[in-house]
Design a binder for this molecule. Structure first.
Ligand SMILES: NC(=O)C1=CN([C@@H]2O[C@H](COP(=O)(O)OP(=O)(O)OC[C@H]3O[C@@H](n4cnc5c(N)ncnc54)[C@H](OP(=O)(O)O)[C@@H]3O)[C@@H](O)[C@H]2O)C=CC1
Ligand SMILES: CC(=O)[C@@H](O)[C@H](O)COP(=O)(O)O
Ligand SMILES: [Mn+2]
Length: 383
């Protein structure tokens, strides 16, 4: 029996993780979960899965929920609550499906507590990949990718030797505006941007797909997870999202992982690794129905965020912290209708240009720069 704690149970990855757990009550139990603001859904989850420990984002919701949950459920809130759910309970695996760099400290606490980390929360690795990977090594803890591309690469690399890898090839759908050129992006709406062609995901990552920042963050995520230089990490446009990613080896062979776009597959793989169990859904890949697969080289001029991410990743230090924090803040402003779509990349570029890089930042420095960058973006972008 795998005992799971889940950060971000009310989100897209969180609810799909619960679907996987629900289908296999003999294999998984849910020890602890964290909710953000969606208390109504969180309450239903508490009644269904009966976790021993729950955390909510805000004190007000804590006060409300305290009256409605069974007495034997321990309830916490805020940053401390997230860390307790991540680390301080009987779970042996943490699924980190919370959104944004708020996931960093709980991940580090879970590593110190010796939990296996199934990680969807890419912002954590982008922001502090050097700390997360070195702590995981120190505490002999495994980091299992949930992000579909990284799960694909991880699967392609089973039984393989990293020194024989020529390059990692991350596939990118191109996002909601892939058929438009830059001149057609000026007045796009939030509703248009949230219309991803292949995946149903949370709002922030859907916007990241449209700017291609998602792929940029994934390049940095791949750098840390697979410890491979940036010039060996390539991005290819593949509009069907059927090939989830590929690995080219030194002998020129390419191994790919394919499937219908369904995040429950990589979630289940991370939860059952190193084994596989039957996937209880009917939507299996039928390549004759798909017919054709398409590929193209992405342009760094069309997708400027992809260039920013490669540059920030290669510079290292606090540049990826700034990249991520500026992006989180700018996407949030866009979703709130305060800036336009193209101003997302403007905000990120301005934040990166004004920053003096700090090499090998500590956790404290990372948190300081993260906060400073968010303030900078709010100040310069919202008059
Ligand atoms: N969705 C997908 O298919 C994929 C997602 N990912 C990554 O997984 C992570 C989660 O994405 P996704 O599920 O789409 O996001 P969602 O926005 O759907 O869910 C985010 C979850 O985090 C909670 N949350 C948000 N902010 C806070 C906070 N400050 N404190 C505590 N809890 C918080 C939300 O709570 P509430 O809703 O209750 O407010 C929710 O449970 C991201 O890092 C994303 O990049 C990676 C690959 C695919
Ligand atoms: C499902 C998943 O892993 C997302 O990160 C997905 O890859 C987004 O699609 P694109 O970034 O390729 O548009
Ligand atoms: Mn992905």
């Amino acid at each position: 029996m795998k005992k799971i704690s889940l950060l971000g149970s009310t989100g897209s990855i969180g609810t799909q993780t619960l679907e996987v757990i629900r289908k296999h009550p003999d294999k998984f139990s849910l020890e602890a979960l964290s909710i953000g603001k969606n208390i109504d859904l969180g309450l239903k989850q508490i009644h269904e899965f009966k976790p021993k420990l729950v955390s909510v984002q805000f004190k007000d919701d804590y006060d409300k929920l305290l009256k409605e949950i069974p007495k034997d459920v321990q309830l916490l809130y805020g940053a401390e609550g997230l860390e307790e759910v991540a680390a301080n309970n009987d779970a042996n695996i943490l699924v980190n499906a919370v959104l944004g760099s708020v996931g960093l400290k709980p991940t580090l606490s879970a590593i110190k507590a010796g939990k296996t980390i199934a990680i969807a929360n890419k912002e954590t690795l982008v922001t502090a990949g050097h700390i997360v990977t070195s702590e995981a090594k120190k505490y002999n803890v495994q980091l299992l990718p949930i992000d579909s591309e990284h799960s694909a690469i991880f699967q392609c690399l089973q039984q393989e030797n990293l020194v024989e890898v020529e390059k990692l090839i991350l596939t990118a759908s191109g996002g909601s505006f892939r058929d438009r050129d830059r001149s057609e992006l000026k007045d796009v709406t939030v509703k248009d941007a949230l219309n991803h062609p292949n995946w149903s995901m949370g709002a922030k990552i859907t916007i990241d797909s449209a700017t291609m920042m998602n792929k940029g963050l994934e390049v940095i995520e791949a750098f840390w997870l697979f410890q491979i230089p940036y010039d060996k990490i390539e991005v290819i446009l593949h509009k069907e999202s059927i090939i989830h990613s590929m690995v080219e080896f030194v002998d020129s062979s390419v191994i790919a992982q394919l499937g219908t776009p369904d995040m429950k597959v990589p979630i289940q793989y991370a939860l059952t690794y190193p084994n596989r169990i039957k996937f209880q859904e009917s939507n299996r890949l039928k390549l004759w129905d798909v017919g054709k697969l398409h590929f193209a080289k992405p342009s760094f001029d069309r997708y400027r965020c992809l260039r920013f991410a490669y540059d920030a990743g290669k510079s290292g230090g606090t540049m990826p912290v700034v990249l991520n924090a500026a992006n989180e803040e700018a996407v949030s402003l866009f979703l709130d209708g305060k800036i336009s779509f193209l101003q997302i990349e403007e905000a990120i570029e301005r934040a990166l240009l004004q920053h003096q890089n700090i090499i090998s930042p500590t956790l404290e420095v990372i948190q300081e720069i993260d906060e400073e960058t968010r303030k900078f973006v709010r100040n310069v972008m919202v008059k």
